[in-house]
Design a protein around this ligand. Sequence first.
Ligand SMILES: Nc1ncnc2c1ncn2[C@@H]1O[C@H](COP(=O)(O)OP(=O)(O)O)[C@@H](O)[C@H]1O
Ligand SMILES: [Mg+2]
Length: 361
Amino acid sequence: MSAPLYIGLMSGTSLDGVDGALTAFDGALHAAYVPFPEPLRQILFTLQSAGFNEIEREALVANQLVQLYAQCVHQLLSDAGLSAAAVKAIGVHGQTIRHRPDLGFTRQANNPALLAELTGIDVIADFRSRDIAAGGQGAPLVPAFHQAVFGSPTATRVVVNIGGIANLSVLRADSSVLGYDTGPGNVLMDAWASTHLGTPYDPSGEWAASGRPAPEMLADLLAEPYLSAPAPKSTGRDLFNPEWLQDRLARFSGIAPVDIQATLAAFTVRSIAQAIQRDAPEAEAVYVCGGGALNTHLMRCLQHELGKPVASTEALGIAPMHVEATAFAWLAARFCDGLPGNLPAVTGAQGPRVLGALYPA
Ligand SMILES: Nc1ncnc2c1ncn2[C@@H]1O[C@H](COP(=O)(O)OP(=O)(O)O)[C@@H](O)[C@H]1O
Ligand SMILES: [Mg+2]
């Protein structure tokens, strides 16, 4: 019998869309991407902070999201020439609207019951809550997967996922893993590009590359206490949001918008590089996944800052935009096999836990 197939669905803090992966973890992979229509994206933005009647607004947006999740699943099935019956389970992350492990909760807009109904496939959802219930951060969850697929028995490898937020996995040769959110990935650059370019992001980082970082502002951004706080730690738009940026910008005047973009790019680069220099100085190479891998300027600056090779995870066999979705397929497989999905050394949970809840087809 061939290995069971799983689907992973991820929509992250960038609020760009849903990435899907269909795989049996044997090297073959089908991927699909469904971008969020602008009105949905706007509603998701407004749900990131407190507002009127948010319980109902969250429920309604979750139903809209799940329509896109289902569309992504159907696209994967049709690309692979498979029927729903061929897939063992879907692992769906949902869309984070609050992440407050310090208060004992994390919240992803999602409707896994509807997804099971629309696809006819078992759905595993809500992966983060159990880790938080066990005293953990509930994040990042991907380091366990990174270790399983990217770890090396002979060298320390570093994998950095640069989505809206950036998270680091230090994969040591003895198979121990360190991981945490380093701080902002694209989220601040995206916000600034959207204001000044009118585009959701700065393509390839070209706009940032045409400016010059402002040293005083960069120093001020780097003074953010989150960066030097000890792990375990995780963050999101709860901290790194437009208000956070406005607050910092108000301290400076006379910096051109393009130089602010260059400064925000340098901030992302420096915060990631500092974490790597502190926790994995021995790493010979750094592998990047997430949309940040497509930002040529960011990749070039990171390599320059670190003085070691920086490649995309393509070099290790998975294209950068497919890694996180594949991780949620892997987490679904862990659930189905009754195996833990968290790494207590990463999240700070009291122990390994089976993550997620099942909504049968
Ligand atoms: N061609 C590109 N050039 C620069 N940045 C890009 C490009 N493509 C994607 N990105 C960045 O990647 C982000 C999406 O990355 P993703 O890994 O999906 O993040 P998340 O998990 O937070 O949704 C976009 O918001 C954008 O900032
Ligand atoms: Mg995304």
